[in-house]
Design a protein around this ligand. Structure first.
Ligand SMILES: Nc1ncnc2c1ncn2[C@@H]1O[C@H](COP(=O)(O)OP(=O)(O)OP(=O)(O)O)[C@@H](O)[C@H]1O
Ligand SMILES: N[C@@H](CCO)C(=O)O
Length: 335
């Protein structure tokens, strides 16, 4: 997807016109979007690598003539979210419509949240991708963004591409930035790899975790990560026996440990037993890339044992997740 032009801005907005001046998309449309969780970084792939996981949020969007936007949310984090156009899914949807040169006369959103918020499992990316894809489906066919522009637009809303890319593409996504353009390519994941995710009760926002990173790193750390990230792509795609050395990070995990001490202790404990464990995204969940059913069972047991030593027993969820190979899906709501 290299060589993308910037996402086109509608002429009326460029000319200084407001969103209210834009034509409305057809009312009575009813679309459903299903978006997977994602784990970014995977150790050395900071802001670059991300894996799609079979844990999905669902959003249903109806266009109305009510003049308002309402959001009904159920599930993870629902109680703390806005119910109007400031909701992240609605914001992403409305801004994508306006990028396409349209607005909605009214919107009703129903979201079913399964991805936990602020745990490093890409909940914000899933919300953004849901809004962007729903808007794209609501736009007239000739105003829709193609796959490359969808990635560019969703990544520019999120600020980094490593979660939105696998959420859109499925499997492993390698992303890169060129000027102000984000690009991504999908890589198939070896079928023996089974992610085991340990999710603590306490959340940590990505913004807080990013604030802990130093403005520059040593040449030595950068070189170490370049080698491990390259190895990781090979390990994930072709040779899972290399996952342990391939998930070693030198750029971000140590700096963030102070904000998630139980997670950092859990990850170090798992790695000292030979498990390929990393902080998932910006944390504080820990993801272990296990190999085969026996490997996944061993990882689950090791997590269970270690969690009891680092935190209140029972306060962590331990999930064995499949890889989501396809990515987000959009459809018309059926009955
Ligand atoms: N389904 C959703 N609906 C509305 N807002 C959401 C939704 N999911 C996430 N958000 C917003 O995004 C915030 C969490 O985003 P944040 O980037 O801090 O963590 P994350 O995306 O879960 O983790 P990471 O980016 O490390 O994978 C929530 O507090 C909420 O404001
Ligand atoms: N690469 C991002 C991922 C956040 O999900 C970070 O680590 O801040």
């Amino acid at each position: 997807m290299a060589g993308l032009p910037a996402v086109p801005v509608p002429a009326s907005v460029e000319a200084g016109g407001g969103v209210a001046d834009l034509p409305s998309v057809e009312s009575g449309q009813d679309v459903v979007v299903r978006v997977p969780a994602t784990s970014a970084n995977l150790g050395p792939g900071f802001d670059t690598l991300g894996l799609a996981l079979a844990l999905h949020d669902t959003v249903r969007v109806r266009t109305t003539t009510s003049g308002t936007t309402t959001v009904r949310a159920t599930g993870e984090g629902a109680a703390g979210l806005p119910t109007d156009e400031t909701h992240l899914v609605a914001r992403s949807l409305i801004s994508t419509l306006s990028r396409g040169g349209f607005r909605a006369s009214g919107l009703e959103l129903d979201t079913t949240n399964v991805i936990p918020h602020g745990r490093g499992l890409g909940s914000s990316a899933a919300a953004i991708v849901a809004g962007v894809l729903a808007a794209n489906a609501l736009l007239p066919v000739d105003r829709r963004l193609d796959a490359a522009h969808l990635l560019q637009w969703a990544a520019s809303i999120e600020g980094h591409p490593d979660n939105v890319a696998p959420a859109l593409l499925g499997a492993l996504a390698i992303s890169w930035e060129s000027g102000y353009s984000f690009h991504s390519t999908r890589v198939e994941v070896h079928p023996d790899i089974i992610p085991v995710v340990a999710i603590p009760e306490l959340a940590l926002s990505t913004d807080s975790a990013r604030a802990l990173l130093p403005p520059s790193v040593s040449h030595r750390s950068a070189a170490a990560n370049a080698g491990r990230a390259a190895l990781l792509v090979h390990a994930l795609g072709a040779d899972p026996s290399l996952l342990f050395p391939a998930t070693q990070d030198s750029l971000h995990q140590d700096f963030r440990a102070q904000a998630m001490l139980p997670s950092a202790t859990l990850m170090r404990g798992l790695r000292s037993e030979g498990f390929a464990s990393t902080i998932s995204g910006a944390g504080p969940s820990i993801m272990t890339l296990a190999v085969g059913e026996a490997g996944a069972a061993a990882a689950e047991e090791a997590v269970r044992q270690l969690v009891g030593q680092v935190d209140t027993p029972g306060s962590w969820r331990i999930l064995r997740l499949a890889i989501e190979h396809v990515g987000a899906k959009v459809g018309v709501h059926q009955g």
